[in-house]
Write a protein that binds this ligand. Structure first.
Ligand SMILES: *Cc1c(COP(=O)(O)O)cnc(C)c1O
Length: 499
């Protein structure tokens, strides 16, 4: 299996090269050149297997330049009960017959990013040695919260890799900040940037683009790479849980063999839902993919009209991991919808860069609308949904999942579709506890309390234990104290690597 750039101006590469490079050098994203199919027979053969074995059977189709032993080693290092609080890794919780919540947050950092970032470091270091790379891989991350911590946990103590995470000093929650500042590991660094997320992000981009600086690092045997969701190595592990959830429900006779189901996915950068799209293309019986957005509803408008327009106000919501106006992974969907038409994709991306907007042709739009449906939920609806789901089902969901749930209600209201449905749950309610407690117990309950105190309130209310990754955060030693200006970030990288 070879991979090519969505924009068609780079040679075809193996999966190891695609994972090592992260983004294609022509500015596009790597996509598989051939279609992988899992036919009905293969699907039913998987039903008896556990998560890790199902993952092997799917990954080997896409990563055929890795040996069986390499893939199995990576899977073993990632999906085990040291890293995941659930032995089934991604359990599906039944709300009622025909409606299930797929919990993707039992990993070390309590958000779905762990599903891919627990395995990516192992795929990446093996990719480096398979492609003859002599330098150590240095991962640079700019984070608005969830990705930084998940990348730190994934890369900590991984031989042949270093990781440096930059976060905006004032731009992350108290829990998220403490999660990062207490990070252990012999190859990790966490740096606060004076400024907002855009300052941190553009600082990192500038370092990636600085050829002289990269050359200097290479002389010292360091090569920069990215753990961002545009890396194919982050996308492919996410395909697995859509198959596995389907098989889990089939094994419980909750769905009949071959029965089509819907998936609802709370969406930001379009990575998670794109993995569901790949699963459907591979032959998983999926009827509709329901793309749930918050008030930053650029994707809802796009799916309805075929016009992508990022020229709008950025809104800070209570589902911050979905506050995004440029969904990078959408480029991969466009490539497939146009029948792999590089020049059309490149033209739309140039329009986006130049004007902040592009419009796809009618045929592509209609094709998209046969598969995808979208709506959005605002903060008031999100809180109301957390409250009503708790009241009706005794189940507590986080703000991002509640956006998905609300949009699912809007979907059934608009279409009357009674197809059985799985809602992807992207974070533990403990991670966004202030909004969750407010929704369930009212504004009084959160007054004068910080997020660390609210962890205990939520634990008492729910009867659930505080997840290990969030427990005792205030008692762990702070290990990272570096603060930098946006313009001095390269110097900080040099200090960390070259001493
Ligand atoms: C990253 C994230 C999302 C958005 O996922 P995408 O793959 O970017 O669409 C949703 N919810 C949570 C909690 C996240 O961390």
């Amino acid at each position: 299996m070879l991979y090519e750039s969505t924009r068609g101006n780079y040679r075809r590469v193996t999966s190891a090269e695609a994972i090592k490079l992260g983004i294609a050098p022509d500015g596009g994203l790597f996509v598989p050149c051939d279609r992988v199919t899992i036919d009905e027979q293969k699907l039913w053969d998987m039903i008896k297997h556990d998560y890790r074995e199902r993952a092997y059977l799917i990954l080997k189709e896409f990563l055929d330049d890795y040996s069986e032993g390499e893939i199995r080693d990576c899977l073993k290092l990632a999906y085990n009960t040291d890293n995941f609080a659930s032995p089934v890794i991604a359990p599906a919780h039944r709300l009622r017959d025909g409606l299930y919540i797929l919990e993707l947050w039992h990993g070390p950092t309590c958000a779905f990013k762990d599903m891919a970032l627990q395995i990516l470091p192992h795929l990446l270091t093996r990719a480096a040695s398979k492609t003859g790379e002599r330098s150590a891989i240095v991962i640079l991350v700019a984070t608005s919260g969830d990705t930084g911590k998940a990348a730190l946990e994934g890369f900590k103590n991984v031989p042949g890799a270093r990781i440096i995470v930059f976060y905006p000093e004032q731009g992350v929650s108290e829990v998220q900040k403490l999660q990062m500042l207490t990070q252990e590991g012999n190859n990790v660094a966490v740096v606060a940037v004076r400024g907002n997320f855009d300052d941190a992000q553009s600082g990192v981009k500038k370092i990636f683009a600085d050829e002289a600086f990269n050359l200097e690092l290479q002389k010292a045997n360091y090569r920069l790479s990215s753990a961002n969701s545009i890396n194919w190595g982050r996308l492919v592990p996410q395909i697995v849980y859509y198959f596995s959830a389907y098989l889990d429900l089939a094994a419980q006779n909750a769905i009949a063999p071959g029965e089509k189901i819907n998936f609802v996915v709370p969406t930001g950068n379009f990575g998670n839902i794109l993995a569901a799209y790949y699963a459907r293309e591979m032959g998983l019986p999926v009827h509709r993919l329901i793309c749930a957005a918050n008030t930053n509803n650029v994707l809802t408008d796009f799916i309805r009209t075929g016009v992508y327009n990022r020229n709008r106000r950025f809104v800070k919501t209570i589902s911050p991991s979905m506050d995004i106006l440029i969904s990078s992974n959408l480029e991969r969907l466009l490539y497939h919808l146009t029948g792999r038409d590089h020049s059309r994709v490149a033209r739309w991306m140039a329009d986006l860069h130049r004007t902040g907007s592009y419009q796809v042709d009618e045929h592509s739009r209609d094709k998209m609308r046969q598969i995808l449906w979208s709506d959005y939920a605002d903060d008031r609806e999100t809180l109301e949904t957390i409250r009503s789901v708790h009241q009706r089902y005794g189940y507590i969901m986080d703000t991002h999942t509640a956006v998905g749930m609300k949009v699912y209600e809007k979907y059934t209201g608009a279409t009357g579709d009674g197809t059985k449905t799985i809602v992807a749950s992207t974070a533990s309610p403990f991670k966004f506890n202030a909004s969750v407690v407010k929704a369930i117990l009212g504004g009084q309950a959160v007054a004068d309390k910080d997020e660390l105190e609210l962890l205990h309130v939520l634990s008492e209310t729910s009867g659930l234990d505080i997840p290990a990754g969030l427990k005792d955060l205030d008692r762990k030693p702070v290990l990272h104290r570096t603060i930098t200006d946006r313009d001095s970030m390269a110097g900080v990288v040099k200090d960390i690597l070259l001493g």
